[in-house]
Design a protein around this ligand. Structure first.
Ligand code: BMA
Length: 322
């Protein structure tokens, strides 16, 4: 596959994902309580069901997180009648709400880690909550100073340390970083992981999309990339591969975006031209990956791809490190 020409690879990039014909799968007008928009959902599998932890924006413009469950991950969603995870009233850092969660299953703890953005006038920071059941949560608070967003843990430690992918803003630049911790509280050894790329579709901002996806050959990393144009910003999705045992090593990165705003519900909304994936599920039996994303900051949509196709494509993408 690495012999693929650029034209062949571009065609493949275009064909990797198929949008579910029932998109958008979740909308504010079918929510059990008043909401302006439902978008940017984290995803997990629990008790044989697909669980989405959805960002819900209220009519003040503040967000909280609410669970939606489906037996097949596509239809028949049951949404919690009330918000599931709301701002901690004792936390000044959450005064303006909670946004854009990611979920990962922590193998050692046998619990889910939910990383989300806590928002206040101090700026966005990444916070961590741990849960077994998405009813009760242990809140571990903010991890790193603002501005920081788009974070997710890996499911296990590397050399005894937890690893966190996140997206600080430094001097106005928005690159993806990785940091390490012995205890999920004290973070250090910060390293630049995936920078923006001048002139490309991801030249102005990048940030992690869904949780890292493990394959025998490395971690598949979906990320959003932004280009600012005279008509506004375009949010698209790219793919990268990290070393399996040394996830601070970026091995490959797609030249092309693999999902971009195209369908009407992605092009028009509160913020048009946005696809913003924040959750994924993988069915090893069928080789299918489902990518759940916010569309135009208004609704939740899903697109599917074959893991083998994603892997063939990233294997044919440019190598980054030795
Ligand atoms: C990013 C985040 C997302 C949002 C996206 C597009 O900066 O704030 O929550 O979906 O912009 O507006």
């Amino acid at each position: 596959m690495s012999a693929m020409s650029r034209i062949e690879r571009e065609k493949k990039a275009h064909e990797l994902f198929t949008r579910f014909e029932g998109n958008p799968i979740l909308t504010a007008d079918r929510w059990p309580y008043a909401a302006n928009a439902v978008f940017n959902p984290a995803a997990a599998q629990l008790d044989g069901e697909t669980l989405l932890l959805v960002r819900v924006e209220d009519m003040r413009g503040f967000s909280h997180l609410t669970v939606a469950r489906s037996p097949n991950g596509l239809t028949d969603w049951t949404v919690d009648r009330e918000p599931t995870l709301t701002a901690d009233p004792t936390s000044h850092e959450e005064r303006w709400g909670l946004e854009d969660p990611r979920i990962v299953w922590l193998e050692e703890q046998r619990q889910f880690a939910v990383t989300y953005v806590s928002f206040s006038e101090g700026g966005p920071i990444v916070s961590l909550a741990i849960t077994k059941n998405f009813h009760t949560f242990a809140r571990l608070g903010g991890l790193l100073p603002p501005e920081d967003k788009d974070a997710c843990l890996f499911p296990r430690r590397f050399g005894g340390r937890f690893a966190l992918i996140h997206r600080p803003i430094v001097r106005g630049e928005a690159h993806i970083w990785i940091s390490f911790s012995p205890d999920l509280k004290h973070w250090g050894d910060h390293q630049l992981l995936i920078p923006t790329r001048a002139a490309y579709w991801d030249c102005h901002r990048v940030g992690l999309a869904c949780q890292p996806i493990e394959t025998p050959e490395g971690w598949l990393i979906f990320y959003h990339g932004v280009r600012s144009t005279t008509a506004g910003q375009i949010y698209r999705t790219g793919l990268a591969l990290l070393d399996l045992n040394r996830p601070w090593k970026l091995l490959r990165r797609s030249d092309e975006w693999i999902l971009g705003p195209h369908a009407p519900y992605e092009r028009v909304g509160d913020v048009g031209d946005v696809v913003f994936p924040t959750g994924a599920t993988v069915d090893k039996q069928t080789d299918e990956l489902r990518l759940y994303y916010g569309a135009a900051d208004c609704t939740v949509a899903v697109a599917t791809a074959r893991m083998t196709d994603l892997f063939d494509y990233i294997s044919a993408s440019p190598q980054v490190d030795d």
